[in-house]
Write a protein of this length. Structure first.
Length: 74
């Protein structure tokens, strides 16, 4: 079993891990990745999310709304 790491040496997150951290379903994370709201990397046939990308997504949500609203709420 190998662990994918980003350019900065941090472990890349899998979609289920991101879903758990955001408190949403995996299909919601896939929607965010597909729409470009959440930046991801393709590793082989899989998608991985850098922790920095997840943090940037959360920061944008907080900046846009003043709090961290439910994903999908605008």
């Amino acid at each position: 079993m190998s662990i994918e790491v980003g350019e900065d040496g941090t472990e890349l997150l899998k979609v289920p891990q991101v879903a758990k951290r955001l408190g949403v379903s995996e299909p919601t994370v896939w929607r965010l990745v597909g729409s470009g709201e959440l930046e991801s990397l393709k590793v082989g046939r899989s998608r991985r999310i850098a922790p920095a990308s997840l943090e940037a997504y959360i920061a944008r949500r907080i900046t846009d709304t003043g709090s961290f609203p439910a994903v999908g709420a605008a």
